[in-house]
Design a protein around this ligand. Structure first.
Ligand SMILES: Nc1nc2c(ncn2[C@@H]2O[C@H](COP(=O)(O)OP(=O)(O)OP(=O)(O)O)[C@@H](O)[C@H]2O)c(=O)[nH]1
Ligand SMILES: [Mg+2]
Length: 237
């Protein structure tokens, strides 16, 4: 049997990845380089968000992994929309431009709190210094970025979408971190707990129905019993 046909039967995992960061740092270009090996010198600013998928094979865990990659808009006027995309993301890439210190500081000044408020608890975070080809104009050194990343328990990468440097390796490393059994365990626990919370919330919904005589009948969620049964079955909370 060929290697390819052997791989066909392998398990496939999916992971949601979200790219965030200030406008113009190169989020869209990083994704285009990774997914379609292209680079646009005149890339237009993203309005809203867009999605693209790419599947890789992990030698380390002997399985496929599909990255569901969400590109968000860096411009302030779109930020209220962008936060909706953090939910369920297991990997968040904060991208800054190494020639623009403000774009790096923006993590501490703004994005850190956004992730804390809107993101999942168990998330793999990476601080990504893009435009490494412009190193002659760098305003944030590799050491600074590494030190900061370490202080917030994050991973740290240097990339160039223009020259195709560091991107493939970054996705592969982060993909393997996602597939690590200890991380999977933590994620599953969090998702399970969230499902339980949602069930609890549904249970508390009170439905008022009028009967044939026009009287109000309080129906404290028909699904109550179902929820209880489900809860027992899943043994989740
Ligand atoms: N020199 C250099 N330029 C880059 C690189 N990546 C992106 N650019 C340029 O930076 C500009 C902005 O890139 P985008 O990918 O559109 O930036 P963005 O972060 O998606 O911006 P928003 O969508 O507005 O949030 C474009 O002119 C790109 O050509 C890189 O690695 N090196
Ligand atoms: Mg963009």
């Amino acid at each position: 049997m060929s290697n390819n046909s052997k791989k066909k039967d392998k398990e496939k995992f999916k992971v949601k990845v979200v790219l965030i960061g200030e406008a113009g740092v190169g989020k869209t270009c990083l994704i285009s380089r990774y997914v379609s090996d292209s680079f646009d010198e005149h890339s237009k600013t993203t309005d809203g968000a867009s999605y693209v998928a790419k599947t890789i094979y992990s030698e380390e865990y002997d399985c496929f992994l599909q990255f569901d990659i969400w590109d968000t808009a860096g411009q302030e006027k779109f930020r209220s929309i962008s936060k909706f995309f953090y939910r369920d993301a297991a990997i968040i890439l904060f991208v800054y431009d190494i020639t623009n210190k403000d774009s790096f500081d923006a993590y501490e000044n703004y994005w850190r709190n956004e992730i804390k408020v809107h993101g999942d608890k168990n998330v793999i975070l990476a601080i990504v210094g893009n435009k490494s080809d412009l190193y002659e104009n760098e305003k944030v050194t590799d050491e600074q970025a590494k030190e900061y990343a370490y202080s917030i328990n994050s991973n740290c990468y240097l990339t160039s979408a223009r020259n195709n440097v560091g991107i493939k390796n970054m996705f592969e490393e982060l993909g393997n971190l996602y597939l690590e059994p200890t991380f999977q365990e933590k994620r599953n626990k969090e998702i399970n707990e969230r499902n339980c919370e949602n069930n609890e919330n549904k249970k508390n919904i009170v439905i008022i129905q009028k009967d044939n005589n026009g009287n109000n009948n309080k129906n404290e969620n028909e699904n109550n019993d179902n929820n209880k049964n489900n809860k027992k079955k899943k043994n989740c909370c």
